[in-house]
Design a protein around this ligand. Structure first.
Ligand code: AMP
Length: 225
């Protein structure tokens, strides 16, 4: 199964990818995670990408496409993958299509996690991540009780991603609107798009995803465009 997960920052792509990995046994490929790893390891690629990321802008296409090409060529991606945060604009979508065409492995489905902008903003400002295990929490989901990770214990710190600060979030949502949203129409036109209601708890959204994966393509409405 070859899946693209589309959705604005904060729509739950990372969380739902985790559930998809468990269900379908295919790897989760997040360009954001790959870039953050490169930044923390201070590789050349990471150093090139950092300033765009800190500003909430997109990293240049050549860098991201090189990274994706390498990742998709690894053996664990042979039977499928979940792409999260990629493609992010039309040029990346066209490059992906070409790459997969060459491999003879086209996409099976594109799932759009659909959510209101107001909800997205709150989710992003409230997001905290365990420094040790990477588990994601939200201060609004558990107000007052969120002091440490319930998985790693009280020595693990919960941190805020630098690009989850309010001023950067506004930029990221603006970039999504201008550059990534056109992908909704792009994938609708080729009959791959399925729209998933993502304004619910994790398990309900996942049930919506499973229904969408099984539904025939093209059955999605135009409300999210
Ligand atoms: P994410 O974790 O997907 O929200 O990505 C975090 C940041 O990494 C984004 O704000 C961009 O700066 C960068 N990034 C992630 N994926 C891409 C992509 N496909 N193209 C360009 N930049 C990206």
């Amino acid at each position: 199964m070859r899946i693209v997960l589309l959705g604005a920052p904060g729509s739950g792509k990372g969380t739902q990818s985790g559930l998809l990995v468990k269900t379908y046994g295919i790897p989760h490929i997040s360009t954001g995670d790959l870039l953050r790893e490169a930044v923390s390891k201070r590789t050349d690629l990471g150093l090139r990408a950092k300033s765009a990321m800190d500003a909430g802008k997109l990293v240049d296409d050549a860098t991201v496409l090189g990274m994706i090409r390498e990742r998709l060529s690894r053996p664990d991606a042979v039977n499928g993958f979940i792409l999260d945060g990629f493609p992010r604009n039309i040029a990346q979508a066209e490059a992906l299509e070409k790459m997969l065409e060459e491999l003879g492995t086209p996409l099976d489905t594109v799932l759009l996690l659909n959510l209101d902008f107001g909800v997205l903003f709150k989710r992003l400002t409230g997001r905290r991540i365990c420094e040790t295990c990477g588990r994601v929490f939200n201060v609004y989901a558990a107000p007052g009780t969120l002091l440490h990770c319930d998985h790693c214990g009280d020595r693990a710190r919960l941190i805020q991603r630098p690009d989850d600060k309010e001023e950067v979030i506004a930029k990221r949502l603006e970039v999504y609107e201008a550059q990534t949203k056109p992908l909704i129409k792009y994938y609708k036109t080729v009959g791959l798009l399925r729209i998933v209601d993502a304004d619910a708890d994790m398990d309900t959204v996942f049930a919506n995803i499973r229904r969408a994966v099984q539904a025939p393509a093209g059955g999605s409405g135009g409300a999210a465009e």
